[in-house]
Design a protein around this ligand. Structure first.
Ligand code: PMP
Length: 404
């Protein structure tokens, strides 16, 4: 059970006002808020042991290195990766996907096929298009139905011995659909294809188990799970990470450098060129500690209640249409009101203190599918309340009244 009153006290930002109204933060799918426990870890780093890692003999450098590597182990444990060196620190999901897309340049041939789902974020489309251009591979799309569910029978037909890679998000940021990733992974493996699951939206709601899923690559961004921006992770199975070439060259990622030849460091350092976001990595670990202390089952159950209540109440508004009505979905509601532009609704909600996202949510193909310019997206986190749902509904009604 979630004690939301107690939890809200951990988040200083939730006390602030916006435009003279109490903040109702419903843009959690874009970025989550940060609890004091994580802010304290960030402050502690800069106040007490700010130093570069993996290179100093001095105490501060050792301390920073220890904390950073402990954070990597926390991430390993959270995602149940077999080895901590299968967790690569990155700047976020976008960076993680680009490491893999770049690496596959050397592994694909003309005519190979890459499958991508119809409901991807641009960061899980564009790197693969660039890869297809470089290699002559063909990008094919797994379509979805109007509810925002992938057509798995078409997926079956698309898979063949030409398929080398499959990319799909675990949860869609624009629709909230939870995709059947275990089935996607198992079927891809039957034809020998590798699978990357974009876990950016799933990480705040679901504890994904790398070994049970048997996934080849999985990504997450700390800023969606109560951590800071600019840090994330790429999980890769050891054998795949060993096959991929490094993404960037520089310090930290080498074994030996001469002007004739450079040899690369072992995992994970091969993919971690340059000084990383040290404080961010440590805070990422602290954010997982924070969320695990609340418990992902409790978080998912409570967010489901918020989703059900908000869906029920919003649906009562005449002319309001929700996009993404999959049976299996998380606490994201994308909607429009007939005849009104999402941006106009969002601007009025902001004046009323309610923070939502409007636009295409970096998923233009989804908007094209529904033939709409964008949606208003309210996304709920475990620190939101039923009262805030009521504020949202009232604010939407008010916006409707003003704009019609
Ligand atoms: N994939 C999905 C499904 C996302 O929601 C996001 C963030 N909106 C990303 C990828 C990109 O994540 P980041 O901006 O943290 O790299």
């Amino acid at each position: 059970m979630i004690d939301v009153t107690k939890i809200r006290k951990d988040f200083p930002i939730l006390k602030r006002e916006v435009n003279g109204k109490p903040l109702v933060y419903l843009d959690n799918a874009a970025t989550s808020q940060t609890p004091q426990q994580v802010i304290d870890v960030i402050v502690d780093y800069y106040q007490n042991y700010n130093a570069n890692i993996h290179r100093g003999v001095h105490a501060l450098s050792q301390e920073a290195t220890d904390h950073y590597e402990v954070a990597r182990q926390k991430i390993q444990k959270h995602f149940n990766a077999k080895n901590s060196y299968e967790i690569i620190f990155t700047s976020g999901t976008t960076h993680s996907i680009n490491i893999v897309a770049n690496g596959f340049s050397t592994l694909l041939e003309k005519g190979d096929e890459i499958l991508v789902s119809a409901m991807e974020h641009h960061s899980n489309i564009v790197p693969w298009q660039m890869l297809a251009e470089r290699t002559g591979a063909v990008l094919k799309v797994i379509p979805m139905n109007l509810a925002g569910e992938l057509l798995m029978d078409v997926y079956d037909d698309l898979l063949s011995d030409k398929t080398k890679l499959v990319f799909c998000n675990h949860i869609s940021n624009a629709l909230g659909t939870i995709n059947p990733i275990k089935e996607i992974i198992d079927k891809a493996h039957e034809v020998g294809a590798a699978v990357l699951i974009d876990g950016a939206q799933a990480a705040p709601h679901i504890k994904a188990d790398m070994q049970k899923l048997d996934v080849d690559f999985y990504t997450a961004s700390a800023h969606k799970i109560c951590g800071p921006t600019g840090v994330g992770m790429l999980y890769g199975k050891e054998e795949w990470l060993n096959k991929l070439p490094p993404y960037q060259g520089g310090g930290e990622m080498i074994a030996e450098v001469t002007f004739e030849k450079t040899t690369y460091a072992d995992l994970p350092h091969k993919f971690e060129a340059g000084t990383p976001n040290i404080c961010g990595g440590i805070a990422f670990g602290a954010a997982l500690d924070y969320m695990n202390a609340i418990g992902f089952d409790a978080i998912a159950a409570y967010e489901h209640e918020l989703l059900e209540y908000a869906t029920q109440e919003l649906q009562k508004i005449e002319g309001l249409k929700i996009y993404g009505t999959a049976k299996n979905k998380t606490s994201v509601i994308s909607f429009n009101i007939e005849g009104l532009h999402p941006y106009d609704i969002g601007s009025i909600l902001d004046k009323l203190g309610v923070a939502v996202r409007t636009g295409h949510h970096c998923a233009q193909p989804i908007m094209d599918f529904y033939k709409i310019p964008g949606t208003v997206r309210a996304s709920f986190s475990f620190y939101n309340t039923m009262d805030e749902v009521d504020v949202l509904v009232k604010a939407v009604l008010r916006a409707k009244g003003m704009l019609e």
